[in-house]
Design a protein around this ligand. Structure first.
Ligand code: GLN
Length: 243
């Protein structure tokens, strides 16, 4: 039977200096706070370009950024790609928002016409469109329920034929504003355009990431004994659509 150890849960925040807009750091804070409420000890480790790769990582989180931020991290991301692919293969969970989500795909062609190579965890390509897609977004995931957030991206993301999306769009634009998909999922890696930040009002997504992280260690998320009304209420309010 899975047990909970006293080893701290190690959350690695990828590129907080360059890739952290619209409050994306709140995702890490939410994971840390929820894990603590479940009775787990937590360590948060920042990884910025050029830093030595952390020895232990149970969960990776990364945020969005302007095109310029994406250019600043792309080289380091390529250098650590092998380690990230290994982690993905072991089932280690990851949440990548917007700019980092794009870089976990194959490539991103910016509005300036330059192409950034991604690391191919997701089978998808992104090309900047003529206008930014901006606004509140409500999506529905078969596994994680309603996921709400705020999007602001120039990139239009096209999923490869076999690539599973994270969710389908109920209202808002999503991957390309056309095909009705939002984000991507490969193993326990979730990519999404949803800022907000995403996790404070999507507790099921946060708990999925925590559970997956513990599962890799042969442990399980303890039973929830804390009051989650505020997070649930936030999701409800953000998903309300006047008829
Ligand atoms: N620079 C990328 C784009 O505009 C990502 C933006 C973001 O992370 N919000 O599509």
């Amino acid at each position: 039977m899975a047990e909970t150890s006293t080893e701290p849960l190690r959350i690695v925040q990828l590129y907080p200096r360059d890739m952290n807009i619209y409050g994306d750091w709140g995702n890490t804070l939410t994971l840390k706070r929820r894990a603590e409420r479940y009775g787990l000890a937590v360590e948060v480790h920042d990884h910025n370009p050029g830093d030595p790769w952390p020895e232990h990582a149970d969960l990776f989180v990364g945020g969005g950024g302007q095109d310029s931020g994406q250019f600043r991290v792309a080289e380091d991301l390529a250098a650590v790609a092998g380690k990230l692919h290994d982690a993905v293969a072991r089932g280690v969970p990851m949440l990548a928002i917007c700019g980092l989500y794009q870089l976990l795909g194959k490539s991103f062609r910016t509005g300036g016409g330059e192409t950034l190579q991604g690391i191919g965890i997701f089978d998808l390509e992104t090309v900047a469109g003529p206008e930014r897609l901006i606004g509140n977004i409500v999506t529905e995931s078969p596994e994680l329920g309603t996921i709400v957030g705020y999007e602001n991206h120039s990139g239009l993301t096209h999923l490869g034929a076999g690539q599973q999306p994270l969710a389908t769009v109920v209202s808002g634009a999503g991957n390309d504003g056309q095909d009705g998909t939002e984000g991507a999922r490969t193993a326990n890696v979730l990519g999404s355009y949803l800022h907000g930040s995403m996790l404070p009002k999507n507790p099921d997504v946060a708990d999925f990431l925590l559970s997956a992280a513990l599962e890799v260690r042969g442990e399980a998320l303890p039973e929830k004994t804390f009051d989650d009304t505020l997070a649930e209420r936030a999701r409800e309010v953000a998903s309300f659509r006047p008829r």
